[in-house]
Design a protein around this ligand. Structure first.
Ligand code: MOS
Length: 764
């Protein structure tokens, strides 16, 4: 019994993952809530339709907003006549640049630690047009239909200015060195071009990836009201604290006067940040003096919310006959805008995944007059791994080496750019397990040698990778009541990935409580913490905050317990949680329940505010998740159509906190990767810069028929230098998938497609 109890006791270890510190005991804890498959606690609410999303909060006197978009890429509004719209039935207000309240420009990402804007332009403050699709009027009406109709009654004329609306034209104008969040995207180690020229084997090819648009099921929406001096926003957000600061900044009020909540978010992928629609709703609400609901149409999302930019990437690899890389060149150009320099940073994966004798990595930018692009699931890695991992496949084929073997031979023993040791890296194990489970040994090395009827069948592999991040600013409040119930509050987000569930598990484990004795509260800018659900780092950030808050709570509980407690004299790091109380770790019968401690101290509750330790681990270790992606395709010799028949992802991402929600994250990422590989492409009319396929009928995300059985396995080896031993799992799923599919297509057909998406015309 004592053995069992000891297994359940969890130590307090606030600094446990900091270099030199003791590993967090949760890492090796096998018998608690962490590591168990648990269904999402928000699941039943969603199934019943009882989970309110941003556009589902009714407000008294609320009006509905519709947006009119510009039809030119650059220039200015010459005339705008809204009289007919204003006179239309049900219309409460038409807002244009002429009557919109004065606001500061949107604070773009990076301009402030809490800036949440996808661009840095003024919002409806002047007649200037910066992209085709820019909002030029907002109509408020009693019903959505009345508002939508009234936008059609607005007459606009433009003075058109010259614009650059094609990538080819933009490259002709000239390219500049790219910056990613202020940092240069350029690395040179040794003389890579010379090493390339001297290498016995070499691949030198150009790969292209198109624009992509985020298509979360929940459209971007907000319900907004001015309540006295307070701006109340029900938002669909992956950054509530950033949103409050940014809106306050634009409207000239304090961030504490902006209250943003976002309890449920129907997907984000990097897009549920600050775009013009929330600002327009708040501005219009101010003018009309009534609450406003804005929900962008699907077309509206394509016009207003930026996505992934296109890339043109050169990858050149030189190697010896042994497959060892002498040089990796990964350079190229990404399109971006002047309103938010956000080139797709496609060299990020190449900075860490392989060793090589020399490197030349660089992203340049070319400016297009278009909607500002932004983060989209694994920005950089999603398309960078396509180019890199295809090139490695091409090289392996040239040398006549197994594609997995060539990757093993180039696994780095330390970070190739930073020189740091890896915190944990077991990609070889992930490959071995994946190859076994997928039946890689059945692959035929000669392309085009497996055929069933009209279908050519092939297998491909590629490495996926995504860095571990943890952002500072993670404060959390932990409150424990006398009835033994704990509540965590943190301004974090649940976009459907299982955040609330995983952190209920983490908190329950640390405190020694049941899952029903823990409430995880989040999605509210009034709560502590400045947490971004992005960069696959929210789980680690929240975990660090919970660990810090828990350490404080235990310290205070021991003080309250005092000298009459069985715990008397114990230090915080000597005790752990079990069965609704604290016990000595190596002497679990020395125990007092939380209820007993609090009632003896005549306290109804105890509440602490913990601040996560700084992410110092990132200065000491190279920290990356990896995945081995296996794909089997069938390509029709009649139509050129590619069907993914099997897919397996074998991941090495540290400890998995909840296998069920993790599985869903990996699968979701892989499905998005199948879209990237085969179907997704945002098409700009190169003459006008207008997005021509702004709908789910014209922009093809994978549907059920496009998605085969997807197997997911993982190493589950804890990372000793992260909170809870876990690294991120949100974005890695999409990485490597494009290349795994393209490499399988090559193995099936002998045709090397270097331009995404791999549509059937490219295979005929
Ligand atoms: Mo992700 S692109 O960091 O939401």
């Amino acid at each position: 019994a004592v053995q069992g109890v000891m297994m359940k006791a969890i130590a307090v270890a606030p600094d446990s993952w900091i270099p030199g510190g003791v590993p967090d005991p949760l890492i090796v804890h096998q018998h608690g809530h962490v590591g168990r498959s648990l269904s999402r606690i928000d699941g039943p609410l969603k199934v019943r339709g009882a989970a309110p999303f941003a556009a589902e909060f009714p407000m008294d006197g609320m009006v509905y907003a519709a947006v009119l978009f510009s039809t030119i890429a650059r220039g200015r509004i010459a005339t705008i006549d809204a009289q007919a719209a204003e006179a239309a039935e049900g219309v409460a207000l038409v807002m244009t640049y002429k009557n919109a309240p004065r606001m500061k420009p949107m604070p773009g990402f990076g301009s402030n630690a809490k800036a949440a804007g996808g661009a840095s332009l003024p919002v409806m403050q002047d007649p200037e047009i910066h992209w085709n699709g820019q909002p030029i009027a907002v109509v408020l009406a009693e019903t959505q239909e009345q508002a939508d109709h009234a936008t059609s009654l607005i007459d606009v004329t433009y003075e058109v200015a010259p614009s650059v609306t094609s990538f080819a034209e933009a490259k002709g104008v000239g390219v500049e060195p790219g910056l990613f969040m202020g940092s240069p995207l350029k690395i040179e180690i040794g003389d890579a071009e010379a090493a390339l020229a001297a290498a016995p084997h070499r691949i030198d090819a150009v790969y292209e990836t198109p624009y992509h648009t985020h298509n979360p099921i929940e459209l971007h929406a907000a319900t907004v009201a001015w309540q006295g001096d307070t701006l109340r926003i029900h938002d669909a957000s992956q950054a509530v604290a950033h949103m409050a600061w940014s809106m306050g900044h634009m409207f000239g009020i304090g961030e504490d006067q902006v209250h943003v909540t976002s309890p449920f978010v129907g997907g984000g992928f990097g897009s549920k940040t600050l775009w013009q629609h929330q600002v327009l709703a708040a501005a219009a609400a101010k003018l009309v003096g009534r609450p406003v609901r804005i929900m962008l149409s699907r077309e509206g999302v394509y016009r207003v919310v930026g996505g992934r930019s296109l890339t043109e990437q050169r990858v050149a690899i030189g190697a010896g006959a042994d497959g060892v890389f002498a040089a990796i060149v990964h350079t190229g150009i990404s399109a971006t805008t002047r309103s938010n320099a956000f080139p797709e940073p496609f060299i990020l994966p190449t900075m860490s995944v392989y060793g090589a004798g020399s490197f030349k990595l660089e992203v340049d930018i070319a400016y297009v007059d278009m909607l500002a692009n932004t983060f989209m699931r694994a920005p950089g890695e999603a398309v960078g791994t396509f180019a890199l991992e295809c090139a490695i496949d091409e090289l392996a084929h040239q040398i006549g080496m197994d594609p997995i073997e060539i990757r093993h031979r180039n696994e780095p023993d330390k970070d190739p750019v930073k020189g740091l040791p890896h915190s944990q890296l077991d990609i070889a194990k992930a490959y071995a397990q994946g190859a076994e489970a997928f039946g890689w040994n059945k692959r035929k090395a000669v392309p085009g040698s497996r055929r069933e009827g009209e279908w050519l069948i092939g297998m491909g592999v590629a490495t996926g990778t995504y860095p571990y991040h943890r952002m500072p600013g993670g404060a959390a409040r932990m409150t424990l009541t006398r009835d033994g119930h704990a509540t965590i509050e943190i301004a974090a987000h649940e976009m459907g990935m299982g955040t609330a569930t995983a952190h209920t598990q983490v908190t329950a484990d640390r405190l020694g409580l049941g899952l029903d004795q823990v409430t995880f509260r989040y999605g509210d800018s009034l709560m502590p913490g400045v947490v971004l659900a992005g960069g696959s780092q929210q789980t680690a950030s929240i975990g660090a905050s919970i660990i810090a808050a828990h350490a404080l709570l235990v310290t205070e509980l021991l003080q309250l317990a005092g000298n009459d407690s069985p715990l008397a004299g114990l230090k915080p790091d000597e005790v752990g949680g079990r069965d609704g109380g604290l016990c000595k770790l190596d002497e679990p019968e020395r125990f007092e329940s939380y209820a007993s401690i609090l009632s003896r101290a005549q306290r109804n509750e105890i509440s602490v505010l913990g601040e996560a330790a700084k992410p110092l681990e990132l200065q000491h270790w190279s920290m990356h998740s990896h995945g081995a992606m296996f794909c089997e395709v069938k390509v029709s010799t009649v139509t050129g159509e590619t069907r993914v028949s099997r897919f397996l992802g074998s991941f090495d991402c540290g400890r998995i906190l909840n296998p069920k929600t993790a599985m869903s994250q990996f699968r979701g990422g892989i499905i998005m990767g199948l879209g990237l590989a085969l179907t997704e492409e945002t098409l700009l009319d190169t003459r006008s810069g207008r997005i021509m396929n702004p709908s789910l009928s014209d922009y093809h995300v994978p549907v059920h028929m496009d998605v085969p059985e997807i197997d997911v396995i993982w190493t589950d080896i804890p990372d000793p230098h992260t909170p809870m031993g876990a690294r991120g799992i949100g974005e890695i799923g999409i990485t490597g998938v494009g290349a795994a599919v393209a490499n399988a297509v090559f193995n099936a057909t002998g045709k090397r497609i270097r331009s995404l998406p791999i549509t059937l015309d490219k295979l005929l």
